[in-house]
Design a binder for this molecule. Structure first.
Ligand SMILES: Nc1ncnc2c1ncn2[C@@H]1O[C@H](COP(=O)(O)OP(=O)(O)OP(=O)(O)O)[C@@H](O)[C@H]1O
Length: 285
């Protein structure tokens, strides 16, 4: 079943085009990574999918409904980011208790387990938490809600490396027990690649590729350097993504990995940089 369908989606923020004719389909019960550099349009896309923002043009369907201001979509969706606010009069523990009234699949046992594991104090209030602890608490809400569509927009802001690792482990463990549709946006594919089934790369509001992660791992390499040399080298290759910065030496491509060792040697001799796929994508940030 398709959980999300976007067709020719456009979103303008004033004169700025944040999404530009973007089409994609996400099927149910998958963890999908949404990758792109700053300003690529990730948050805009996710807020439209979550029903917070209305598209300028094109079509978006979530659970077969237009998501903007739609009660059925919001009952089945949770959107976690670092701007989340909770009532200031409630302690963290009370927030977890109240969440059970909002989310029909709320797993209080899991919420309390994670709450204790990450050493939260039940009397604390959300407003007074550090940036990293806010993200950690938000993530506990996001996982424990067991929403059919769970969206994490840059969920690890401020978390240190150990907590990020624990979060990804907790998310994967819970997803395996309770499969659902999860979208995880990040600048860093290498950090989340072990969780993902599919990856979507967007750039300048457009989709560059949407592919199973295993396929990407097996088949992709990145090249960057002189545009003319690279264009000549990849003329007969299956290019997944290309970006054309300013000047001759900022051209990058991600392509299917069927270069011979001779070709790779030639690349290095000609000054073209050769990377594993994720290093090139991460370098976009
Ligand atoms: N509320 C807004 N008003 C005006 N412009 C906006 C607004 N939100 C986003 N934009 C613009 O839309 C474009 C896409 O921004 P968006 O936040 O969706 O990108 P992103 O990929 O999530 O970036 P980041 O990784 O930095 O969070 C950017 O050019 C941004 O400046």
């Amino acid at each position: 079943m398709n959980v999300i369908e976007c067709h020719a989606l456009i979103k303008n923020h004033g004169s700025r085009k944040a999404l530009n004719n973007l089409s994609l389909t996400i099927t149910e019960n998958k963890i999908t990574g949404l990758i792109g550099r700053n300003g690529a349009g990730k948050t805009t896309l996710l807020k439209i999918i979550a029903g917070y923002w209305r598209e300028t043009a094109g079509e978006v369907k979530v659970f077969s409904n237009k998501p903007f201001n739609n009660l059925s979509v919001s009952a089945n969706t949770i959107f976690i980011d670092d701007q989340m606010n909770f009532p200031t009069a409630l302690t963290l523990k009370q927030v977890l208790e109240e969440a059970g009234n909002f989310y029909p699949n709320w797993d209080m046992e899991l919420a309390l387990k994670l709450f204790n594991y990450f050493s939260f104090d039940s009397r604390q209030v959300h407003n007074n938490l550090s940036k990293g602890n806010k993200s950690t608490f938000n993530m506990i809400v996001g996982i424990s809600a067991h929403c059919p569509l769970t969206i994490f927009d840059e969920p690890t802001t401020g978390m240190d490396a150990a907590v990020r690792k624990d979060f990804y482990r907790a998310l994967l463990k819970d997803y395996l027990a309770h499969p659902r549709s999860i979208i995880l946006s990040s600048h860093y594919l290498d950090e989340i690649e072990d969780l993902l089934e599919d990856v979507i790369l967007i750039e300048n509001g457009e989709k560059y590729f949407h592919t199973p992660i295993e396929e990407l791992k097996e088949t992709a390499i990145g090249l960057s350097g002189d545009k003319e040399i690279i264009t000549g080298l990849v003329a007969d290759q299956d290019v997944l993504y290309r970006t054309n910065g300013e000047g001759n030496h900022s051209y990058s491509v991600v392509l299917k990995k069927d270069l011979s060792s001779k070709q790779i040697e030639k690349l290095r001799d000609s000054g073209v940089e050769y990377h594993q796929y994720h290093q090139t994508i991460c370098a976009c940030t």
